[in-house]
Design a protein around this ligand. Sequence first.
Ligand code: PDD
Length: 284
Amino acid sequence: MIYLNGEFLPIEEARIPVLDRGFIFGDGVYELIPVYSRRPFRIEEHLARLQHSLDGIRLPNPHTPGEWRELIDTLIAQQSFDDQSVYLHITRGVAKRDHAFPPGITPTVMMMANPLVTPTPEQIENGVAAVTAVDNRWLRCDIKAISLLPNVLLRQLAVDAGAAETILLRGGFMTEGAASNIFVIKDEIIFAPPKNNLMLPGITYDVVVELANQNNVDVRIGAVPERLLRHADEIWQTSSTREVLAITTLDGAPVGDGRPGLLGQRMLEWYQAFKTAVMRADYT
Ligand code: PDD
């Protein structure tokens, strides 16, 4: 079952008009919330980021946080599997095609849940490959916009090269991955770009920074030059679905010794322990 504009219904029966501005212009935003054992992970932070995205495109939020939580809980309860990725999608609504905002239209709200697919044991054991490309996206990458054509094209470069992710470079500095955030590790120090307009403020990114602080690992937030990326001891990719995954080759060259590093393995353990603690905690 999926949710569309106030109704829960089978996905095959869900319909949107062709004049929906999401279809015509990619005029909308989305969120993806991982759900472990039927508990949404960091839901407050995801709903806050959704609000930031909606503000960024000047679209009033169709629901209060309480209403979102209720809808999300109902959607989760309807699925047969426990670990889920819940996808929220809001567009500006349906109107005759014209770029400017049409007055008085109702946003389209869609939500669906899929089984959560995290890295395989083989990927965790060996890490994955990444390629680099010029970040040719717009200057509001902090908005989780549904218009993802640049990300789609950039991610496909990785797939074409037999790699898992494309790491993006803008003006000599690393921004993020096509669908993930990137951390660079050198001499036991974690380097990460700042959360500004050039990257999506990842929820997993925040968790990784918090876990590093709690475990007394040095984190430096600041512009990450390309040469640091190319001489890294370790590179990590983080996202709600990739969790914390080692990148062990970059543009065909080994990262460090070409194996997942020790710090990355510890970070993944801390991350899994944190998830478990959250899942067991009371959820209200
Ligand atoms: N993508 N940067 C980009 C461009 C992303 O698309 C994502 C997530 C992230 C990581 O954010 P988070 O840690 O909150 O998942 C960073 C999701 C998974 C997607 O589009 O499917």
